[in-house]
Design a protein around this ligand. Structure first.
Ligand SMILES: Cc1cc2nc3c(=O)[nH]c(=O)nc-3n(C[C@H](O)[C@H](O)[C@H](O)COP(=O)(O)OP(=O)(O)OC[C@H]3O[C@@H](n4cnc5c(N)ncnc54)[C@H](O)[C@@H]3O)c2cc1C
Ligand code: FES
Length: 304
């Protein structure tokens, strides 16, 4: 069930929207995505002190078969009795048996989820939101840039690009963390590095005694990357402060702002354009985003 949601509540300032048929809740469109899929945690992998990777398997065979998502989309995960949290799906879109989500323990719901083990049941709604336009990126070089937890939302695009390697030119994966012990998915770097035409570089701010790689900020990795700016797209995931510096640097390299894509985070409740919790001006992060091109973000007041 792949859906790119094109609806949102009427904007009363837009006259043409008021002329649409009177269906304020747009229930017909919302119904399919309002459904909660019952899912079981089938595996839990501790990635760092703060992050765990969960394998979630939708219990009903037919629903599991039908479920699909696009890289960059998120699901609402319900922990019964505690609440729901938006989390980006970080597995390969070609993986049909289960989805993977990487969850950082920050508060109430994520802490309970971190205590859950194999066999625990959760609810899943979605997938929601916009996705990284990887189809449009085909035939170009790709810069996949992440900081910290940003490697989680970047992982589905990485899988997509590496699984469809021949459809893209050079692929550069750049990842920065505070320290080596905060690196996510370190067990996968070698397999990505072995793919022809894929360059992966990792930088840390505070090395430990075993670290042999570069030390500094993620922007410094871009000093050694050569791409044709007119033939390149970039996906940047991480904390908002990183967007500013990385996207400025990409712009200096000549990459247009509408060819850089970022994923914005806001507190969310419904995930489908009904509750107005996630808005930036008249833009809803859950339906108009979370993936935006950087040009749009620059023109959205208080987006970052
Ligand atoms: C589209 C989207 C995708 C996301 N993907 C992931 C993911 O892949 N992995 C992951 O670990 N987290 C992700 N998050 C963030 C995650 O949803 C929050 O960490 C989670 O909702 C916190 O819930 P809680 O009940 O544990 O914390 P709470 O008890 O609700 O809050 C704990 C603290 O975290 C802050 N906080 C909560 N939610 C957010 C938020 N959305 N943005 C900024 N600060 C917040 C609160 O202000 C508070 O300080 C995503 C958020 C969005 C909007
Ligand atoms: S409108 Fe409810 S989360 Fe976006």
């Amino acid at each position: 069930m792949t859906q790119s949601l094109s609806f949102r509540p009427y904007d009363v300032r837009q006259e043409h929207e008021m002329n649409e048929p009177l269906d304020f809740n747009r229930w017909a469109q919302l119904k399919p995505v309002a459904k909660v899929f019952k899912a079981m945690i089938t595996n839990v992998i501790r990635l760092t002190e703060m992050e765990k990777l969960f394998h979630l398997r939708i219990i009903d065979d037919t629903e599991r078969e039908r479920f699909s998502f696009l890289p960059g989309q998120f699901v609402m995960i319900e922990v019964p009795g505690y609440g729901e949290v938006p989390i980006t799906v970080c597995s390969s879109t070609s993986n049909k048996g289960f989805i993977e989500v990487c969850v950082r323990k920050v508060g109430t719901v994520t802490s309970v989820l971190h205590r859950a083990g194999r066999g625990a049941k959760v609810g899943i709604r979605g997938p929601f939101g916009t996705h990284f336009p990887l189809e449009r990126m085909k035939g170009h070089s790709i810069l996949l840039i992440a900081g910290g937890l940003g490697l989680a939302p970047l992982r589905a695009p990485i899988f997509y690009v590496t699984e469809n390697r021949s459809e893209f030119k050079d692929v550069h994966i750049l990842y920065g963390t505070k320290s080596p012990d905060q690196e996510l998915f370190d067990y996968q770097y070698e397999s990505w590095r072995r793919i022809d035409g894929v360059d992966i570089r990792i930088i840390v701010e505070k090395p430990d005694e075993r670290w042999k790689g570069p030390v500094g900020l993620i922007t410094e990795l871009l000093d050694d990357v050569t791409v044709d700016p007119n033939e390149t797209y970039a996906i940047v995931c991480g904390p908002p402060v990183m967007f500013k510096f990385v996207c400025q640097r990409l712009n200096q390299m000549g990459i247009p702002m509408d060819r850089m894509f970022v994923s914005l985070e806001r507190r969310m409740h419904c995930g489908m354009g009904k509750c107005c919790r996630c808005n930036v001006g008249s833009t809803y992060t859950c339906t108009d985003g979370p993936v935006f091109d950087y040009w749009t973000v620059m023109n959205l007041k208080e987006a970052i």
